[in-house]
Design a protein around this ligand. Structure first.
Ligand SMILES: *Cc1c(COP(=O)(O)O)cnc(C)c1O
Length: 375
């Protein structure tokens, strides 16, 4: 028998989450004449660990898919995705341009080197769709405020030459999850610098997409939002749960107890003996450890569900095992089901918070050795 651990991916929850986001994008009565923004469903990092194929079948309501990896993009085409695909980091080398053209991929253009690569390419009409990226304060990718107008002009020249087809404008927010004021300033910078330059615009990640009214303020042209994490049922906000946002967990990491024992008062648990019992404790060993992608920094007290009852971890996480407190679950035994996160267990965001990280990291980090069941 394989080790009793698996990650179950729910296609219906993925679809539900996308649908929930799309519902929120419907213009309210005040903006009835404005169409809702289109959606690039972000599926980078193997769809945040949920598997590209699951994402392609679940996100049919999206107008496009966005990712970084050319291989993932080609896989989407193989799987039959005919609508737009956006490469969020654009091309890495000249050879990527031919592939992008052969598979009709949309490119981000975030630096001069990428413009040069396009200018030197043999791409021909009808050309590639592209977004020129503006750095509005994230200071990661994108042209500076000073360089953007020239970059956009060069992109328009590439359009005249047939290398590009549609040229749009994009940026990325640094603090949409925790600072709406700063985010509005980034948006204002974007609107100012791109004013009068035609083309679709794409600015909002999950947090910005779910922040009411933010996308409405971006001026003119066709808009595309770029939600990622919320589609997987994790909240981009520290103080709002995924449940409060109407989202459902799309991944459930589940395992079983493989051993149960009692530890006497004064006994300690696991490597480093970081938890010592002040009364006798019945504990269960769970077939999940950091080699499965469970965060080693999750300490004593991290929530976990055993046989349907919420309890806590005790001591350090081992490579292949961790230990749960069975005090509230006297009926638990070897073989009892355990939910590490997801449906019927704590949210991935709760576990992430206990480990000092974010749901994104945990979802992406589930190890290849954990079998995935797509339902
Ligand atoms: C990852 C990413 C997104 C999606 O971000 P979420 O916070 O997961 O919604 C959007 N745009 C870009 C450029 C990204 O890299």
């Amino acid at each position: 028998m394989p080790r009793p651990i698996s990650a179950t991916i729910s296609i219906s929850s993925l679809s539900h989450n996308l649908h929930t986001v799309i519902q929120q994008l419907q213009p309210d009565s005040g903006h009835a004449s404005q169409p809702r923004p289109k959606v690039w469903a972000v599926i980078k990092a193997n769809a945040y660990g949920h598997d590209i194929a699951s994402a392609v079948s679940a996100f049919h309501e999206a107008e496009g898919l966005a990712m970084l990896d050319l291989d993932e993009a080609l896989r989407c085409r193989e799987l039959g995705w005919r609508k737009p695909i956006l490469l969020l980091e654009g091309c890495f080398e000249p050879g990527d341009i031919q592939l992008a053209q052969a598979h009709d991929l949309t490119l981000a253009i975030h630096c001069k080197e990428q413009l040069d690569m396009l200018a030197a390419s043999t791409a021909t009409s009808p050309g590639l769709d592209a977004y020129v990226k503006l750095n509005t304060g994230m200071n990661r990718l994108g042209f500076s405020l000073q360089d953007f107008p020239q970059a956009y002009r060069e992109a328009m020249m590439l359009r005249e030459q047939g290398v590009l087809r549609h040229v749009g404008k994009m940026t990325h927010f640094a603090r949409a999850d925790d600072d709406p004021e700063e985010t509005r300033q980034q948006l204002e910078t974007f609107n100012t610098v791109t004013a009068g330059l035609p083309g679709s615009i794409s600015v909002c990640n999950s947090a910005a997409t779910l922040t009411s009214g933010l996308w409405v303020k971006a001026a003119g042209d066709e808009q595309w939002v770029r939600p990622g994490i919320c589609l997987y049922g994790s909240s981009p906000f520290a103080d709002v749960t995924a449940g409060q946002l109407g989202l459902r967990p799309a991944m459930t990491l589940a395992a079983q107890l493989i051993s149960v024992r009692s530890v006497d008062t004064g006994g300690a648990i696991g490597y480093g003996h970081t938890f010592r019992c002040v009364e006798p404790v019945r504990v269960g060993v769970v077939a999940c450890g950091y080699a499965d992608g469970y965060p080693r920094h999750a300490g004593t007290g991290t929530p976990i569900t055993v046989a349907g009852v919420r309890t806590r971890l005790l001591g350090r996480i081992s490579m292949d095992m961790l230990v749960a407190d069975l005090t509230p679950v006297p009926h638990a035994a070897v073989g009892s089901p355990v939910v590490l996160w997801g449906e019927g267990g704590p949210s991935v965001d709760e576990v992430a918070a206990a480990a000092g990280t974010i749901g994104y990291e945990l979802l992406c980090a589930v190890a290849p050795r954990v079998p995935k069941h797509i339902v």
